[in-house]
Design a protein around this ligand. Structure first.
Ligand code: PEP
Ligand code: MG
Length: 409
């Protein structure tokens, strides 16, 4: 495919911070856009994020002319060209954000040229060398209460999530929205209106006394909801434990106490057992392969690697070899290209792990991750609370894909 025109623009993300949007036109006159999000609880192993203005400059000076001269046949050819042009270990020169914006725009354009839905295009690449993995709809993981670095409150655990057990995606979104409003009412009963705010992922932030209390509030709301509406919600957590790990002391600072990894594991065991939590993300800090492997021996819960693996094929291999988890967060901007994102997903899938495709806490209106989740046949998708356009448009795109899939049955 020949790229006739490519442009990089600076746009604002959900936190009001500058990020990149790529616009691309093919020789046949199709035009697409893609933009990239940014994380706050980032690991040390993610692709480098270049200042957006510097990225735009380097694109205009060095990249644009080159990519409009070559006829790229495949996604990996395009992505590998940019990775090579960058020439560094972590995409420091061009920026993982610039390479990803172009990579995602290329995917959208190529899908259009091939008259495929984006999820079909991704699925075609994913199937490549593997056995058949048909596109399927993921479970939606809604982040209802925000803590950690995503909110200004006393909760160390970053995400308190609910997962509806629904028939259709539309029904699941509707149930999550209702749940969200009921949770708001519950918080209003407990706190002053001015104390209830929204965190980075549009989940609620309030002066809740401790992590267990937040889980208890969700559990009670879910119990009443299931009784009245006949829709059940599972509970899950993203501890994002790197953000409360004190490296110099090798301790975790949680609930105003200093905990060893063993103490923390016992605390998780207690919460899992008492509240029936079904998935626990990043229970330990980002290099704790051994501690992950110990808790991963526990049956009946998904141990989810995010910062630990950072959508980095090399890190995913290390985690698989260590038996560190049985599910993985897939975030394209941790990897910095679609090709590497798919590669990381493939390694985890072949090890029998579940995939959870995820947004970042600083999001744009791009709904690419919905197609990615379906194309990779992911078990789940995380796109924050059922509130604000940045979070909802990914869930709405899933609903559209559901209709497309139903038509083709
Ligand atoms: C996460 O940790 O899963 C997350 C979405 O947060 P961030 O984007 O801030 O890294
Ligand atoms: Mg996480």
């Amino acid at each position: 495919m020949k790229i006739k025109e490519a442009e990089i623009k600076i746009i604002l993300d959900s936190r009001g911070q500058e990020t990149l949007e790529a616009e691309m036109e093919s020789g046949k006159g199709k035009r697409v856009k893609s933009s990239v999000p940014s994380g706050k609880s980032r690991s040390a192993y993610e692709a480098f994020v270049l200042n957006p203005r510097e990225a735009k400059k380097i694109f205009e000076e060095e990249v644009r002319e080159k990519i409009t001269k070559i006829d790229f046949l495949y996604q990996d050819e395009f992505d590998n060209f940019l990775i090579k042009l960058d020439g560094t270990e972590n995409k420091k020169r061009l920026g993982g954000n610039l390479i990803l914006a172009l990579s995602l725009a290329f995917a959208r354009l190529k899908a259009e040229e091939e008259e495929l839905e984006l999820f079909e295009y991704i699925n075609k690449i994913y199937q490549g060398t593997m056995h058949r993995v048909n596109p399927t709809l993921p479970r939606m993981i809604f982040n209802m209460i925000n803590g950690g670095s995503h909110a200004d409150n006393d909760l160390e655990i970053q995400e308190f999530q609910v997962i509806p057990q629904h028939e259709t995606i539309a029904e699941g979104i509707m149930a999550a929205k209702k749940f969200y409003r009921e949770l708001e009412e519950e918080l209003k009963n407990r706190f002053e209106a001015g104390e209830i705010k929204l965190g980075d992922e549009a989940g609620f932030s309030a002066p809740i006394r401790g992590n267990e209390q937040a889980i208890k509030i969700l559990k009670e709301t879910a119990r009443e909801f299931a009784f009245r509406e006949k829709i059940s919600f599972d509970l899950s957590l993203d501890a994002a434990a790197s953000s409360f790990y004190e490296k110099d002391k090798a301790k975790y600072k949680l609930n105003k106490e200093e905990l060893s990894a063993k103490d923390l594991e016992e605390y998780y065991e207690y919460l899992i057992h008492k509240y029936g939590i079904i998935a626990l993300e990043d229970p330990f800090f980002e290099d704790a392969f051994g501690e992950f492997a110990i808790i991963n021996k526990r049956k009946g819960i998904y141990i989810v690697a995010d910062d630990l693996t950072s959508t980095n094929p090399h890190r995913v291999k290390m985690a698989v070899d260590a038996g560190a988890a049985d599910a993985i967060i897939i975030k394209p901007n941790q990897a910095g290209s679609l090709t590497e994102t798919i590669e990381a997903a493939k390694i985890a899938h072949e090890a029998g792990w579940q995939l959870i495709v995820s947004h970042r806490s600083g999001e744009t209106e791009d709904d690419f991750i919905a197609d990615l989740a379906v194309g990779l046949s992911a078990w789940g998708i995380k796109s924050g609370a059922p509130e604000t356009k940045y979070r909802l448009n990914k869930y709405f795109r899933l609903s559209e894909i559901e209709k497309i899939l139903n038509k083709s049955l």
